[in-house]
Design a protein. Structure first.
Length: 253
């Protein structure tokens, strides 16, 4: 997510909708079918990328569930996802290449919010190393299609970057040369052999769901809070379908 001082906020659902997170988490923990997922010896390796202002810890439950299914899982190494998008993607490329080499297989990328946009750029740049792509509430069509409070946070973070704080994006990331390639990656087609899904929620109180509709990915709608997409049972069922079929497609090549 980049900053632009005068960009208007896109309409999103009421912010109180994000209070559903605890309920979504409890429903996931109570779901016996998802909780008892059996381990698969051929499970694809997965790289997880957290959302804006979040770190790897925000995806801890998803990581645990994937490992129970037998997936080798790598994390982004991010403590907080606020760096320049191009710098972030460059670091993730190195991680992806090393992870794919160690695994001996292509990797499924799962990113939440801004992390999904970074994962999409990876998928465009490294198609031979990416088996699938999952974007959870990721505004790839307009990174500033967010609620007013989030947009204020983006502007505040950009000012810190403008002042030279290391590891933080700046105002120039929105339209400047530093992230020009990244912006092109947001609309570039994905490899035809790559299964990509874009999860969105019309009741998302952080991101305008329309900005999450990637024309090159399968649209999956859930009734979820924005933050709760990483713990929502409907998202996990979509992941089961996508991951299992991706493994079959990869081994059949």
């Amino acid at each position: 997510m980049s900053a632009e001082a005068n960009a208007p906020a896109s309409p999103v659902a009421p912010l109180w909708g994000e209070l559903r997170y605890s309920g979504e988490l409890m429903r996931l923990l109570a779901d016996r079918q998802l909780r008892s997922s059996s381990s698969r010896p051929d499970a694809q390796p997965v790289l997880l990328v957290p959302g804006f202002m979040a770190g790897d810890g925000s995806l801890a439950l998803l990581r645990h569930w994937l490992r129970r299914r037998g997936h080798p899982v790598a994390m982004s190494g991010m403590r907080v996802n606020v760096d320049c998008a191009e710098r972030s993607v460059g670091r993730l490329q190195k991680q992806l290449r090393a992870f794919a080499a160690d695994s001996g297989r292509s990797v499924v990328l799962i990113g939440q919010s801004r992390g999904g946009a970074l994962a999409r750029a990876l998928a465009v740049r490294e198609p031979d190393r990416v088996a699938g792509l999952v974007m959870l509430g990721s505004p790839v069509q307009d990174p500033l299609a967010v609620s007013a409070p989030v947009l204020r946070t983006v502007r505040w973070m950009a000012r810190l970057g403008d002042l030279g704080l290391p590891g933080v994006f700046s105002t120039s990331c929105r339209d400047g040369a530093c992230c020009a390639a990244f912006r092109e990656d947001m609309s570039a087609p994905l490899a035809p052999t790559m299964w990509a899904i874009a999860v969105h929620s019309r009741s998302d109180a952080i991101v305008d769901w329309r900005a999450c509709l990637d024309p090159h990915a399968e649209a999956v709608e859930v009734d979820s809070s924005h933050c709760g997409m990483s713990v929502h049972p409907a998202v996990y069922r979509a992941l089961v379908r996508m991951l299992d079929q991706s493994e079959e497609l990869v081994w059949s090549r």
